[in-house]
Design a protein around this ligand. Sequence first.
Ligand SMILES: [Zn+2]
Length: 120
Amino acid sequence: MSEAKTYSGGCQCGRVRYDVRLDLTQPVISCNCSMCGRAGTLLTFVPEAAFTLRSGGEALTDYQFNKHVIHHLFCSVCGIKSFARGTGRDGGAQVAINVRCLDEVDVDKLNVHKFDGRHR
Ligand SMILES: [Zn+2]
């Protein structure tokens, strides 16, 4: 059973703000790839329809590496990567949420699964 709720999140300086509907009783991903491993992001993935960018689109810088399938978006002012855009296995648009950037979420209470992104 889904316990999806609506959360608000964004970057540190407040330019980038979004709302997202997701279920935080489900595991979140700690990835060790060259990007996440450095930044310490905790990720969860939602379909595009569950995500609404409220502000800050003009402040985002798009960085791509490796296979260039993911748009790693970060705030050009404060540098925080609060979400990324990509394509899911089903071919639909997906948004990767950095759970650390959600308001009022205690990341120590989340169920964290390790993902070996470095060797994919
Ligand atoms: Zn910012």
